[in-house]
Design a protein around this ligand. Sequence first.
Ligand SMILES: [Zn+2]
Length: 89
Amino acid sequence: MNVDRPGDASFDDCEHVLERVYEFLDNELDAATSDAIRQHLAMCEPCLDRFDTEQAVKALVHRSCGGEAAPSHLRAKIVTQLTVIRKTQ
Ligand SMILES: [Zn+2]
């Protein structure tokens, strides 16, 4: 399997995007990969729909805090990211 070659991966594929979208929100990805995901979400309404804010917050909190309630700064960061994406549509 072709593991972790950011910039080289195809983000035309919705599954690839959704797989990495939490890393994207958590700023774990390099700039090229983040841009590719942002562009895909801006153009792909189904992905944006599937990727709703509450779900993103929950998944990210679970990943990074082990299931505690979302810290407000984290929630704010996610909402901001999503707002930016939706505005670029
Ligand atoms: Zn998509």
